[in-house]
Design a protein around this ligand. Structure first.
Ligand code: UDP
Length: 244
């Protein structure tokens, strides 16, 4: 397996279609695992959080979600094949799953959003079975796990609680959750449901999705200062060897 280390987070150097093929192979084999899609903020966070780093690296697929990670790989001269946005990976996965009549549970976002996302996904990918939905606002993890499992077995469970909450939830409950592949996917349900718009193609294609998001959600500005800090740390890691 070709993995590229960025500040110790081991990314898969694969294209979106290869990632979907790998995920489908896991489903056919019934091999339990999880998928993470870290962006530069999460990689930076994992640098000082060994537990988070370990659980990211334990994923069956570690996909580079974000242009910052792709730039970092170029700086380190260990290029990744392409940016694989979690939201696009999951949409392609749903398309492939629909062809085999496979099932998905949608977990996360505000009440009512997952149901809207389910309707939209089933309209786009006829044949996709949605086992159930559950919003992402809960007091008790155990209750959330029971609610998800009450739907029976799901081939895939989309866990959309934002990072790193969703990764921590997956790691803590993977053994109990009745799903084969658990995917941490941030705000994807909001986009599938049409509650939040994705950036227009121009921004996505030019690596400027962050800029569009900043215009729409200016309160994210503080979080986004993480990107220059992240790239600077990557440059330094070439000297210190932290990139290994
Ligand atoms: N969310 C949730 N439970 C929480 C906190 C957040 O379900 O306790 C949802 C929130 O409604 C949104 C998603 O998680 O749908 C986070 O989206 P965001 O784009 O902020 O996450 P990112 O992709 O940046 O990690």
């Amino acid at each position: 397996m070709n993995r590229v280390s960025i500040l110790g987070v081991q990314f898969d150097a694969i294209s979106k279609s290869e990632a979907v093929a790998r995920a489908m192979a896991c489903l056919r084999e019934g091999k339990k695992g999880y998928v993470v899609t870290p962006n530069s903020e999460i990689v930076y966070m994992a640098r000082s959080d060994a537990g988070l780093k370990k659980l990211l690296n334990g994923a069956a697929l570690v996909l580079p979600d974000g242009i910052g990670v792709v730039h970092a790989a170029k700086i380190l001269k260990k290029p990744l094949k392409e940016k694989v946005a979690g939201i696009e990976f999951a949409a392609s996965l749903m398309e492939a799953m629909a062809k085999e009549g496979r099932s998905v549970f949608l977990f996360g976002a505000k009440p009512g959003v997952a149901e809207k996302a389910a309707a939209a996904l089933q309209a786009s990918y006829p044949g996709l079975a949605v086992t159930g939905c559950r919003d992402g606002y809960f007091q008790d993890d155990a209750q959330a796990v029971r609610d998800i499992n009450a739907a029976g077995h799901s081939d895939v469970i989309l866990v959309c609680l934002g990072a790193p909450k969703q990764e921590r939830f997956i790691a803590a409950h993977i053994d109990e959750l009745d799903g084969t592949l658990l995917c941490g996917l941030g705000g994807s349900l909001d986009v599938y449901a049409g509650v939040v718009e994705r950036a227009p193609a121009f921004y996505v294609n030019h690596g400027l999705e962050w800029f569009y998001r900043l215009k729409k959600e200016p309160w994210r500005a503080k979080r986004m200062t993480a990107l220059p800090k992240f790239l600077l740390t990557v440059v330094k890691s070439k000297v210190t060897g932290e990139d290994k």
